[in-house]
Each structure stands twice: as C-alpha cells, then as structure tokens.
Design a protein around this ligand. Structure first.
Ligand SMILES: Nc1ncnc2c1ncn2[C@@H]1O[C@H](COP(=O)(O)OP(=O)(O)OP(=O)(O)O)[C@@H](O)[C@H]1O
Length: 556
C-alpha cells in the first residue's frame, strides 16, 4: 500500500492519492491494483487478459458511500473495504441512461495484525468519502471545508400510495442505499390521512436534520402544511425536506430528477435517481405558494394549482390509482370524450423582469454542513411574458386576440393584506378575496375556459413536463390556460406534446403561458374541481402568491 501526494501531473489527469493491491472480496483468487485520485477510483484486475478489458474506472461523484469492516467472529486477519457507486449507465432496450448500482469490495490482508488491516481499510474509506464529498462541492460551485455530524432523517412512508408498493420499494432499494451512504434514519409508516401533518406539527425538530417522504406528492403537501402551522414556522420550514417517489404522480420527484440534468426516467429508475440525490445530501431552496380560499384556512403549495380539465382528470382518475401512472392516460381519454368548459375570471400579477434566477447552484448548500440558510440573492434571468400579454401596457379595456384574456386595469386604493394572523409568511401581494385587485394586476373578464394550470416546478407527473423552464426557486408561477374553442384533437395533441415538454413549441393558439407572481381565479360555474398539489380544495374563488425559496429541498 502506497500513499501519494495529490499534486497535478504533466498529463492534466488527476494524480494518484492512494494505491494498493487487494483481492476481490467475492473472489480471493482475483488480485486487483486499486488507485484513488481526486475524481476517480480505478480497479485494474491483475490478470493476463488485455489491461483495458479488466479495468473499471468509477467517478467519485457517483459514489454514495463506503465502509471498512471485519467479518464477525473471523479468525483471519483480513479486513474489507466496500465502495458503493450509482453511475449513469446507458440502457440497451431504450434510449437514455439510468443510475445503476455498482459495488466494489476488496479484501485487505497485507498485514498479520487484524487491527492494522482494518486501520488501512478505514484510511481508504475516509479518503474515498472525503473526495466524493469534495466532488459534490466542486460541481455545485461550493467549497466547504468540514463535514458535520451524520444527519438524522425521519423517513415517512405512505404504504397506500400509488400501487401500494411504497414499503416494498423502501425494502428493495432505499434501505440499502441509505445504509451504504451511512445515513441513519427512522422509518415512520403513516397510518391515515393527516398523520404526517400532525406528526410534523408536533415534532421536536431539533431531533431531525431532514424530513423525507416516500409516497406521492400528497404526503409532502401534508408535511409542508404541518410545518407552516407551527408557531416556530420560520425555523421549521427551513428543515431540509426530501422526496422519494412512491405514488402514482410523483411530480416533485420527477422535477428534481429533471433539474439534475439526467435524461427522463420513471418507476424504479426514478426512485434510484432520487435515492442517489438524497444520499448526496445537497440542499436547495424551493419556492412555496400560499393559497387563499374563500372560507378555508390559508394553504401552502409546492407544485401546482389546477382548475378545469387537469384537475378533473387528476381527481376523477383516483379510482384507478392501483394501476399507477396509466390512470392519467385513462382519465384523460374519459374527460376528452366529454370535454367541459368552465366560466370564470382569471387575473394575475405579471412577474417582473428580474424575478427569475440564474444563480440557483450558488444557493445550494450541503445538508450535513448547513441547513440554516439566508434568503435567496437577487434574480437575473429575463422574464419572457406570453405573446398575448406583451402589449399589456397599452390597451387594458379592450378585447384582444383569441389567445388573450380580456384585460382591464382596476384602480384599487385599499392596502389591507389578505394574510391574517395565522403562522406563515405575510402575503404582501394579495388583498382579501372580496376586494378589487390592485392597479398593477392584469384583471380578466368573465370567460369560458377549458383549463387553468399554475405550476411552480417542472413536472406535473413523472411523464408530464408541463413547465420546462421552471426551476426550484425561480420565484415564478408558470401560469397556463386554455380557453373554450379548442378542439378535442388539438387538446390531445397538446397533452401528448407535454410528455416531452414540447407543448409550448406547438404554437397552439389556444394555449397561453405567462409568468406571474400572484394570481386570482374567480370561477362562475356552479360546480367544478380545484386542486392544490393534486389534492381537492374548496371550490370557489382562490388566489395565490409565490414565496421565493421559502422551503429547503434535498435535490441535485
Ligand atoms: N396509511 C394510510 N392509509 C390511507 N391514506 C393514507 C395513509 N397514509 C397517508 N395517507 C394519505 O394518502 C393520501 C395520498 O397520498 P399521496 O399523494 O402521497 O400518494 P398518491 O396519491 O398515491 O400519489 P400521487 O399524489 O402521486 O398520485 C395523502 O393525502 C395521505 O394523507
């Protein structure tokens, strides 16, 4: 075993920091030369076959953890080193790539003293751990010098979510991944609706470094609202949250996978990807949206507010939950066959030029090191309003083209905020629902709509990329709406294009997309469905305001 200094060499390749020759743990006849650089672990089998065929090069950024140990009750002096990677591997049956588990385990027997062999294995384990953490910091533009104590995670699993397999998925994938990453966790199996909400509302949060849900989006909705109902909501909502897909929609899980830049995956591949991101422990800020209804307490939403077609499909297809994500396809076909229109008024506050953010990565932090972060910095990406509102400064009282709202400006002098004395942040942009809107809002007139969808993350479901340019904390509500007049076939085409996030490129005249900071919807149809993060809420007037970066999410 040889320890070498990590200094740059003339080839530009990262130099070797540690070198050793071990046998494979699974086959003592195979000897390997193992070398560790700042970025890679290379395992070269020492056989007579051509060298490249017997070489595995694994990137430390794909490593979730490693372990040094001795076999229980063994008389042998050998110690073992296991290193766990989840690299992206190209799929053979379909295009794209997905993370797959690769374990490298070695047997160290160079010395006669079992303690000395174990010490050697521990030295390797420490070196691998430090370098793989360093890779994470470097990739995300952060250099942090010290790791804090291991974090303690509460993992809430809803056994009824999706096809009812969340517990089996935990047993088959997540338990092992968290053990490999050395993440101690306490498993809590939710027993009923609102169990998670009550639990986090009462919990001693000083005991937990992260609250992770394994379910659909509904359980995270409960956790977020439970945290914001606490008297200490300001600290509570900074607890890093995590999401592992176990439901049928899994929109937030699909969004964080998308933000990681990997090609689209679903099912267990999405679970492994989210498990990997969770083990890496990088925390980002996440926008939350406060939602006001006419006679219910204020709610907080992390994903979407929907009315009309999409809300109908989501709720009407609940009865097919046991078949998983296919339920949305069936629900869509059923609802298309009897397409409805809804009458209502839609108004909004356009996002200012500087509301989006280029510097997301700089707002990240390592979970193990810092989970009490300061607010987001200023934003800088230009906002692109939808084509029909580019003229909003000119003709407010007139009717516009068929893909615009009929807008008018109102003058409102009231300054009364809609936020009451409940816990949670103040809504500075909203007035009470029964008051006219302020003068800087675009105010809609009564019209017939097919759907309204407000999104704050990219995905509406695993395979629905509804807001392709949304990011976790851009401080933007991506508002989409379709007014009456669209044909069934045009609507179906749009929904199919949404699978790849191509719906905005179809130039469908009926689809409008605009970026806003707040909105108000006043339905006039006597009946209908409104959903918040896929959960039904009181039908009637509703308004929403985005709170940029209010929550913390473990993401990539
Ligand atoms: N043990 C349980 N039995 C019944 N319902 C539960 C249980 N635990 C949690 N719930 C409730 O189940 C509801 C649905 O959960 P969730 O949204 O997480 O899964 P899902 O609906 O299957 O997924 P998706 O939202 O992706 O379709 C939540 O409102 C939650 O409160």
């Amino acid at each position: 075993m040889d320890e070498r200094r990590a200094e740059p060499d003339s080839t530009g390749r990262s130099p070797v920091a540690l070198y050793g020759e071990f046998t494979l743990a699974g086959n003592r006849k195979v000897r390997c030369a193992v070398s560790l650089t700042e970025t890679e672990l290379t395992v070269q089998r020492l056989t007579s076959a051509p060298a490249e065929r017997n070489k595995a090069v694994l990137r430390l950024r794909d490593c979730v953890g490693c372990r040094a140990y001795r076999e229980h009750a063994s008389a042998e002096p050998a110690a073992y080193l296991s290193v766990y990677f989840y690299p992206l591997r190209r799929r053979w049956v379909s295009s794209g790539a997905a993370r797959q588990r690769v374990e490298q385990s070695f047997r160290l027997t160079a010395l006669q003293d079992p303690g000395a062999n174990l010490e050697e294995a521990e030295k390797w384990a420490r070196a691998v751990r430090e370098r793989s953490a360093q890779q994470q910091y470097l990739r995300d533009g952060l250099l942090m010098s010290e790791l804090c104590r291991p974090f303690r995670m509460m993992l809430l699993v809803n056994p009824q979510s999706g096809k009812g397999q969340a517990l089996a998925l935990y047993n088959n994938h997540i338990q092992r991944m968290l053990n490999e990453a050395g993440v101690p966790h306490t498993l809590v199996i939710t027993e009923r609706q609102n169990h998670a909400r009550e639990l986090v509302r009462e919990a001693d949060l000083s005991q937990w470094d992260a609250l992770v849900i394994m379910s659909g989006d509904g359980l995270l909705y409960e956790v977020i609202n439970g945290l914001l109902e606490r008297p200490d909501w300001e600290d509570a909502i900074r607890t890093p949250l995590g999401v592992l897909p176990g439901g049928s929609g899994n929109a937030l899980a699909a969004s964080i996978h998308h933000y990681s830049g990997a090609s689209p995956v679903s099912g267990e591949e999405l679970l492994v990807s989210c498990g990997f991101l969770l083990c890496k422990g990088l925390v980002s800020r996440m926008d939350l949206v406060s939602i006001h209804l006419s006679s219910s307490p204020r709610l907080f939403s992390f994903l979407s507010l929907a009315w009309g077609f999409i809300a109908d499909v989501d709720i009407e297809s609940e009865k097919y939950r046991h078949i998983g994500a296919v339920r949305f396809t069936i629900g869509t076909l059923v609802r298309l066959a009897s397409l409805r229109v809804y009458r209502g008024k839609l108004s909004y506050l356009p996002a200012a030029e500087d509301s989006t953010n280029k510097g997301d990565l700089r707002n990240n932090m390592m979970l193990r090191c810092n989970n009490q972060a300061s607010p987001s910095g200023p934003a800088s990406l230009p906002c692109r309003p939808s084509r029909d509102f580019s003229h909003q400064n000119t003709s407010y009282n007139s009717c516009h083209s068929n893909n615009s709202l009929n807008v008018r400006r109102t003058e409102c002098t009231s300054s009364r905020s809609a936020t009451n004395a409940l816990p949670g942040p103040t809504d500075s942009l909203l007035l009470p629902l029964d008051q006219p809107l302020p003068s800087d809002w675009v105010v809609g007139q009564e019209e017939d709509f097919v759907l309204m969808l407000a999104m704050y993350q990219s995905h509406l479901a695993e395979d629905l990329l509804a807001a392709p340019d949304a990011t976790l904390d851009d401080g933007i509500i991506h508002l989409f709406y379709i007014k009456a007049g669209i044909s069934r076939i045009a609507l179906l085409r749009l929904l199919l294009a949404m699978e790849k996030g191509a719906h905005l490129a179809t130039n469908c005249q009926h689809l409008v997309h605009t970026k806003v900071r707040a909105l108000r919807l006043e339905p006039c149809s006597p009946k209908g469905i409104i959903t918040v993060d896929g959960e039904v809420v009181q039908y009637g007037p509703v308004q929403a305001e985005v709170h940029r970066g209010l929550a913390r999410l473990i993401s990539g």
